[in-house]
Design a binder for this molecule. Structure first.
Ligand SMILES: C[C@@H](N)C(=O)N[C@H](C)C(=O)O
Ligand SMILES: [Zn+2]
Length: 270
């Protein structure tokens, strides 16, 4: 018996997700996110000690974007990066369930990054992004430059010592950066910007207001971002409104955006 042909994205339940606007949810997330690093963390929660696992063990595909050479816009292996893609077990299970929904369409999640060494976080927040901005936007004063850095890169930990009450999202094991791809060819769905673009183009709702019925690029990016957003929301993951690729469950950003009383995860266990 020949394998069933994959469903088309114009059909079935995922077509409905691609047609579902997301601007209202993004506006709520933007309003709530605020100073998310000050949100309480519930150390007594049953998931607080959720173990770390390799995403590959849960059938979730990906390659660490920071531990690579052909990784625009960096084009360099970042010092301190690792090949592994690790996350909390409950997060891996959520991603696996998203993959179950995608399978009939011949699609799957592709992960760019998950748990991130603090050296990598510090590199981008303290050095790479400020250096880049000083060259590209020399008109920015110190405060404006810092605001622009933290729009896209969370503060790490000076000296590498993570404050257990305020870990950067990717140090918790609850945050993942990802997209969708065709499982057979490996081709990524078009999302309208590259991963880690640090402009408004990366805002999750960047294409929601498109009124140009002839811009198939804008329409395709809009519908694919909607698909990713609603699939992840269906598994309880919250999206960072300035980055279409960043989702989390259990960290402080997730707690702020979803209205949870407390986050579940502090710094990830070894
Ligand atoms: C820039 C991106 N890869 C990212 O992960 N940003 C978030 C906000 C972070 O640094 O935690
Ligand atoms: Zn991220």
């Amino acid at each position: 018996m020949s394998p069933a042909r994959p469903l088309r994205l114009s059909d079935g339940p995922l077509a409905a997700l691609r047609a579902r606007p997301l601007a209202a949810e993004v506006a709520i997330a933007t309003a709530r996110k605020g100073d998310y690093r000050a949100h309480p963390i519930d150390q007594a929660h049953a998931l607080h000690a959720d173990p770390m696992v390799d995403l590959a063990e849960y059938g979730v595909a990906g390659a660490n974007h920071y531990h690579a050479t052909h990784n625009p816009p960096y084009h360099a292996d970042i010092t301190g990066s690792i090949p592994a893609l690790r996350a909390r077990r409950s997060v891996a299970q959520r991603l696996a369930r998203v993959n179950d929904r995608l399978a009939a369409y011949g699609l799957e999640i592709w992960v760019f990054d998950a748990w991130r060494p603090i050296a990598v976080q510090n590199h981008f927040h303290d050095h790479w992004m400020p250096d880049y901005l000083r060259r590209a936007r020399p008109e920015l004063d110190a405060a404006a430059l810092q605001a622009e850095v933290t729009r896209y890169w969370a503060k790490g930990a000076p000296g590498g010592r993570i404050d257990p009450a305020s870990p950067p999202p990717h140090a918790t094991g609850g945050a993942v950066d990802l997209t969708l791809r065709d499982s057979a060819s490996g081709a990524h769905l078009f999302m309208g910007s590259i991963f880690d673009d640090v402009t408004a183009l990366s805002n999750t709702d960047a294409f929601e207001a498109t009124d140009d019925a002839m811009s198939f690029s804008a329409l395709e990016a809009r519908d694919n971002r909607r698909l990713l957003f609603w699939l992840m929301a269906g598994e309880g993951l919250a999206n960072n409104p300035t980055e279409w690729w960043h989702f989390s469950h259990g960290d402080q950003m997730w707690a702020r955006i979803t209205g949870a009383r407390a986050a579940l995860f502090g710094p990830a266990p070894p």
